[in-house]
Design a protein around this ligand. Sequence first.
Ligand code: GLU
Length: 318
Amino acid sequence: MRSRTVVALLAASALALTACGADDGAEPATDDTADMATTDPMATDPLESEPMESPVEGSGDMSFEAGTTMAELSDAGTITVGTKFDQPGFGLQGLSGGPEGFDVEVAKIIAGAMGISEDNIEWVETPSQVREEVIEQGRVDMVVATYTINELRAERISFAGPYYVAGQQIMVAADNDTITGPESLSENPDTTVCSVTGSTPSEQIREYLADESQLVLFDVYDKCADALRTGQVQAVTTDNVILLGFVSESDGAFKLVGEQFTEEPYGIGIELGDTAFCEFINETLQENEDAYNEAWASTAGAVEGASPAELPEPAPCA
Ligand code: GLU
C-alpha cells in the first residue's frame, strides 16, 4: 500500500517537473512524462537473478555513530531505495516479489551491511527524471538506478561510487543497415531516436542530430523499446549495458551498432553532503567485492555480449 502511494506521488511530481522543464538544463523535444511509468504485466521473463550466496560483510558489531544515516537506518531496520522497474539486468519489476537486477543487488549489499535484510527494503520506482528530486525530498534513503555521476547532479545530491562504468551506445532493429552509429543519425534526417527525459544520453545525443525533431523522449526505456518494435522510432540510445538487456529480451529483433561514445560512471545517489554515508557505502562495496562480482554475474553480466564488471576505485566523498 505504502509503495503504491509513493509511486503515485512520483507520478504527480513527474508532472510537476514536466511543467518546470527538463533536468540537465534542456527542454525535451517530445515529452511523454505525463504518461507515467507503470509496471508492464506482460514484462515477464526477467533475467534470472540468483539470490546472493556469499554473506555481506557488515561493519563489525553494526554499531554506528549516533546521528549518522547508518545508525538511523540500522535502528529502524528498514531502508527505502529508489531504482528502475523497467530495465532488464539492472532493475526490472516482474509480476511478483521485488525488482531484480544488478542495481537491486548492489542496494541489497549496502542494506545488508547495516543489518537490513532484503525483506526490509522498500523499493520505489524512480524514473531518470525524478532521481534528484526524490533524494532531496527525503522520499528515499538512496537511489541505485543506472545513475551517471555528473557535476550538475552533484549540485543537488551526493554520489557514492562509482560502482560501474557504462557508455552510451545505439540500438536499432536487427534488419536496419542504415544506422551504424551516432553519426548516421544526422546523415539520415528522417530517422528518429528515442531516449528518456532527464537522462545524460538524451542530452549527449543532440550534437549528432540534424534537427531536434529527430529526438523522441519518454519517461522510461521500455517505452523506447516498444516504439522501436513498432517502427515508431528507428533507434534507441542510452547506456550500452541497459541496451544489451533489451537486446537479450528481444528474441533477435534488436541489435547494438557502433561503439560506445561516452563514459557513464554509475553512482549511488544520497542526500547532499552526507559524507559519512558516502564513505560507508564505498567501504562496504570495497569490502564485498565477491558479493559485487556475484551480483554482476547473475544479473547484467549474464547477458550475451556483457563484459565482466570490475569494481572501480571510489571517488573521494564530497
Ligand atoms: N546513466 C544515464 C543517466 O543516468 C542513463 C541511464 C538512465 O537514464 O538511468 O542518465
